[in-house]
Design a protein around this ligand. Structure first.
Ligand code: 1CP
Length: 345
């Protein structure tokens, strides 16, 4: 495969803009970190947050999957809670657990105590993105941020949660606190995206991983307007915006209307069903992440079905339906990448 000389001409950005592509572009959520032996080596003895704040390490970890797989886009190595850490929220990312917040947010005073993010809080991000863009050449870099609901869940629960019960209790029972919290996070996520694009990121993805916990009406009334503000500010930067969540079959239309150019679809919804729901937008997805554990020919046959279904969309970016599972065999992801890139477009 020949690499494009500028991200603008890449298959990834063409698909995101709904233009004809030389091949279906492919990248993987959670491609950076977790499953690669070279990642585990450079992370030895270095905490997750510490790695995210070290531009040299960020550049190296972001490049690792690009080198190994030849994917069509890089995803910035960071985390959705980094902006919170940068403004001084007392949190850690614990191995095998995820983000843990020392003093969960419960009251209006708690929300008001969180400073607004400014570019000066995250100069290490600017430095890392600039370094990356210089190294990546024609491969586009995807910047990202957490959507207000998903970030709120970590702040209110104090850590990972299945039910998001305290978060939704605040949403149902304390609308003023909820509104203030969502506005605070929306502004923070938008600034975080602006910093990444100003430093050279070619596209952005807004992760609302846990939005699938909401009914369509609650999503529309209590969450969508806040995500829409983030996407609107990102839209002003002129880069494509991808909006992704898990278990969002009932929300795909609303997530598109929030202001996305491309809607990420998890593996539970066939693309053929998702495409009419997202309207005149591209789709990203959506091979079941466990299929990489199946025999290669089973995996590639299912990947072919995903690509065929994607033809009906305005544009299609191939991905897994959620992140790479840490025990994934990197050789199998390499075979999947080559299969997608060599499949007739
Ligand atoms: O020590 C380690 O290696 C920690 C593992 C790890 C990594 C590599 C975490 C902890 N975050 C990350 C990086 C990360 N997080 C990236 C980098 C690039 C890539 O995807 O390759 C990105 C985009 C994220 C985004 C993120 N963090 C999301 C949204 C995407 C998704 O996966 O749904 C979420 C929900 C988080 C929170 C988080 N951070 C880490 C974990 C284990 C979790 C999830 C915890 C939970 O179950 O709630």
């Amino acid at each position: 495969m020949t690499s494009p000389t500028s991200p603008t001409d890449s298959a990834f950005l063409k698909a995101a803009r709904g233009e004809p592509v030389p091949h279906t572009p492919v990248w993987f959520m959670r491609q950076a970190g977790r499953s690669l032996p070279e990642y585990l080596r450079v992370r030895e003895g270095v905490g997750m947050l510490e790695s995210c704040m070290n531009p040299e390490l960020v550049v190296e970890i972001t490049l690792q999957p690009v080198r190994r797989y030849g994917v069509d886009a890089a995803i910035f190595f960071s985390d959705i809670v980094l902006p919170l850490k940068a403004v001084g929220v007392d949190l850690d990312i614990k191995p095998g657990v995820g983000p843990v917040v020392e003093n969960p947010v419960r009251t209006l005073a708690d929300v008001e105590a969180i400073p607004d993010l400014t570019p000066e809080h995250v100069t290490f991000i600017t430095e890392a993105v600039q370094g990356l863009v210089a190294e990546l050449g024609g491969t586009p870099l995807i910047g990202f941020a957490g959507a207000p609901f998903t970030v709120a869940s970590y702040l209110v629960e104090g850590g990972p949660s299945k039910e998001h019960a305290k978060t939704k209790a605040m949403m149902f029972g304390a609308p003023d606190v909820w509104d203030a919290l969502m506005r605070k996070i929306a502004a923070m996520s938008a600034t975080y995206l602006e910093v990444q694009v100003a430093a050279g990121a070619s596209a952005v993805q807004l992760f609302d991983s846990w939005a699938g916990a909401l009914t369509p009406a609650d999503y529309r009334d209590q969450v969508q307007p806040h995500s829409a503000r983030v996407l609107e500010r990102a839209g002003a930067l002129g880069v494509p915006r991808i909006h992704f969540g898990v278990g969002t079959t009932n929300l795909l239309g609303l997530m598109g209307e929030a202001g996305a150019d491309v809607v990420g679809v998890d593996w539970r919804t066939p693309l053929a069903d998702a495409i009419p729901l997202v309207g005149d937008r591209g789709v990203q997805g959506n091979l079941d992440p466990t299929l990489v554990f199946a025999p290669t020919e089973v995996m590639t046959a299912r990947a072919a079905e995903v690509i065929e279904a994607g033809r009906a969309a305005k544009g299609h970016i191939f991905n897994l339906g959620h992140g790479v599972i840490p025990s994934t065999d990197p050789d199998q992801l390499k075979r999947l990448t080559e299969f997608v890139q060599s499949y007739p477009s």
